[in-house]
Write a protein that binds this ligand. Structure first.
Ligand code: 5GP
Length: 246
């Protein structure tokens, strides 16, 4: 398969056309950003850690009956995916109160949320991804009521599967973000599931094992990504652990 022209550049990934109809290539770059792009860096190997974890998780979810856009990897940072018409929503599932819901609502950080809380944001950087409710989503024509119901059921099933996978590695899935897209009438999980889109805490120590390490200067970001990637995929220490950050 040949990589063709650049279709889209996001904050940390680039999407390319290919010479095969219905297939795209997603390249995970080494860019890392936080606070709506207010903080930015390039960290060597970051893209490959996220690609590796995303690929592993997509394959695990597929094995467990979840439809994802993942097809195969070309190299350590390029993934072949199904071309989807993306739904501009960020579907977030929260198992423990942390991050923006602690800032915006009277939750104490660390409070378990049972049942898990689903929060949906409208994906639009210029509007700072505002939270939307079911009525707004339908009124904006972003999804039908039936699709919304399906999105929420799938999101909770993914949360159940992912929590189970991670807890076996001593990792608590605090919350995470998903994006979905359509091919025909079928809805697929798209985008990525990685240390950039999950909030992970070490079960024993409570230490952050995700992008919060970068957001809040909690330590060596790439050493953390390297070690978490190893724990999630079961592969021992990948690449240049703790390599000096650029
Ligand atoms: P929060 O709303 O607390 O900032 O984020 C909740 C969860 O969703 C976190 O795991 C966070 O990483 C993820 N998340 C929320 N918005 C975004 C986003 O725009 N991009 C990415 N990659 N993850 C997000």
């Amino acid at each position: 398969m040949k990589q063709k022209e650049l279709l889209y550049t996001g904050k940390a990934k680039s999407v390319y056309r290919t010479d095969t109809k219905g297939k795209l290539i997603v390249e995970f770059r080494d860019d890392i950003t936080a606070f709506d792009g207010g903080k930015k860096d390039i960290l060597a190997q970051k893209g490959s850690y996220n690609a590796e974890v995303s690929a592993f998780i997509f394959q695990y979810l597929e094995k467990n009956g979840v439809k994802t856009h993942f097809l195969n990897m070309i190299d350590e940072r390029r993934m072949v995916v199904r071309e989807l018409s993306m739904i501009p929503l960020e579907v977030i599932v929260r198992n423990i109160a942390a991050g923006s819901i602690v800032r915006n609502y009277p939750f104490k950080e660390g409070t378990p949320l049972k049942p898990p809380v689903i929060v949906i944001d409208y994906k639009d950087d210029s509007r700072h991804d505002p939270m939307v409710n079911d009525d707004l989503i339908v009124a904006l024509g972003l999804a039908t009521t039936t699709e919304l119901k399906k999105l929420k059921t799938v999101a909770l099933e993914i949360n159940r599967l992912l929590s189970k996978l991670l807890v076996a590695q001593g990792i608590t899935l605090v919350d995470f973000k998903m994006e979905f897209g359509r091919q025909g009438r079928t809805i697929y999980l798209g985008d990525e599931i990685s240390m950039d889109s999950m909030r992970l805490w070490d079960k024993k120590t409570g230490a952050s094992l995700d992008k919060d390490v970068y957001r809040f200067n909690k330590g060596d970001v790439m050493a953390t990504y390297n070690s978490v990637a190893g724990r999630i995929t079961g592969k021992k220490s990948v690449k240049n652990a703790g390599k000096k950050q650029r």
